[in-house]
Design a binder for this molecule. Sequence first.
Ligand code: ADP
Ligand code: MG
Length: 309
Amino acid sequence: MSGNAIEITGLRKTYAGQKGAGPKEALKGIDLAIPEGSVFGLLGPNGAGKSTLINILAGLVVKSAGTVRIWGFDQDVNPRQSRAAIGVMPQELNLDPFFTPRAALEVQAGLYGVPKSQRRSDEILELVGLSDKAESYARTLSGGMRRRLLLAKALVHSPQILVLDEPTAGVDIELRQMLWSNVRKLNEQGMTIILTTHYLEEAEEMCDEIAIINHGEKVAQDSTANLLGRIDAKTMLIHPAEDVTTLPEGAGMEVEKRPDGAIAITYRAAHTSAEDVLAAVHQAGISIRDVKTVEADLQDVFLELTRAG
Ligand code: ADP
Ligand code: MG
């Protein structure tokens, strides 16, 4: 293999128009290589095409053009091997309400042709913390438990690559932490992880490398550290001595009054100096009780790269 778990070239997807709408170009020619062993983040605003891409990898959506290689296997040439290499935890909670978690895992294992002697249902239920619910109907499980069951289903055939589509959207902190500790553990065991998330801090914390897609096109791909270094936006956070009536103004400064009374001034270090910012603050007649600067985070990079669209 090339050292890449996934290699995508020229990937396009056009959905047929729905209800009188024209066809929808969800992916417009994406090239993407995902290194083996990484935790890889796929980021993009709603409608960017993340789920479409992931569902193509999972074999749930048929691409319109391009090539997809999973673990070295071309999806069109070796569909069975490429499918066996990947496990997908989908965004939607599509579970059969009448299956118990153990039955759901057994059925899934059957679909993937895992022989009975090699099934690991109990071990996987243990991993996701569902051992005590192994015999409960899926419809009686909480939303969080259903999500954990979806993760379990993605693991039954011991794939080399695990894909999670917005696994923590709308879940509580406890479940989020559990999912991430599972992900870290699996990655330490050598599994390549691909995830989409809306929580940028999470991508920042979890991912080695990130691709950002917007309107069906890749707008950036880099190590998380490089991506963060790419932007020179800084925010100066000023706590005024008294309540402020006039906000400071200045070219190249974005000024915002926070609910706690602090004034946040975002500026580009290449164009505006900290001194300019402080001068604008004094000009507005504000006396400063406390001041600190905050470096750009992924949110800034993300806004910068997706604003143009
Ligand atoms: P994301 O996961 O990044 O939010 P999606 O891949 O779900 O984005 O959607 C990308 C675009 O394709 C959106 O404009 C969406 O409305 C459209 N789309 C997704 N699924 C379908 C479908 N089955 N039929 C038609 N259009 C679709
Ligand atoms: Mg999606």
